[in-house]
Design a protein around this ligand. Sequence first.
Ligand code: SAH
Length: 216
Amino acid sequence: MTLPYPRSDERRRMVDLQIAARGISDPRVLAALRDVPRHIFVPSPYDRDAYADTPLPIGNGQTISQPYIVALMTELIRPTSMDIVLEIGAGSGYQAAILSTLVRKVITIERIEKVAAHAHANLVAVRADNVEIILGDGTLGYPPSAPYNGIIITAATPEIPDPLKAQLAEGGRLVAPVGGRSLQDLVVIERHGDRFTEEHHGGVRFVPLIGKYGWE
Ligand code: SAH
């Protein structure tokens, strides 16, 4: 990534006031949020508000998550520079771009072709060249690159899809908004053989995960 991008003062303020102030402390995660130009991922006219403390529309009825939630989900999978990470729900591509600065390889799956095309253009614009976008139903995961050290589901799911649990590496962590269509609980599972430990991180609101192992 070529640095620094414009609006770095807004990003610094965003990180201080919205993200560090709410307890995100991993310095690599904070640096990623400071470096990646979020305004590139938000279509006009909302790009003006790209550094505000809120989700924003990205077209096709979809949204880019609030910056704090992106930071929280990123920190929760404990990314390292050796990792391969799978994201379900590419959306704008912003979460994938954040991950791309922290891990070796990112695979992100998107079911809406137009949304995937925008995500691709955005990721090219920021030179996130270790991200691969797959068009399809992310509830099935992506077996060719499995197992994954981390999996981030960025759409609301009634339960964690079994194929994604199966594609998690030993010690790998998966974060997902699990619950109803309008309100979910941010859940983390961590794999130990055939067992999964589970943590809960509070209420969130995401657009629905639509697919074989999600909503109809
Ligand atoms: N992570 C995104 C925001 C995701 S919004 C960002 O950083 O901007 C949720 C996205 O999940 C939407 O684009 C929606 O089309 C997509 N989605 C929903 N169900 C899906 C599925 N089964 N497979 C892949 N993508 C899905």
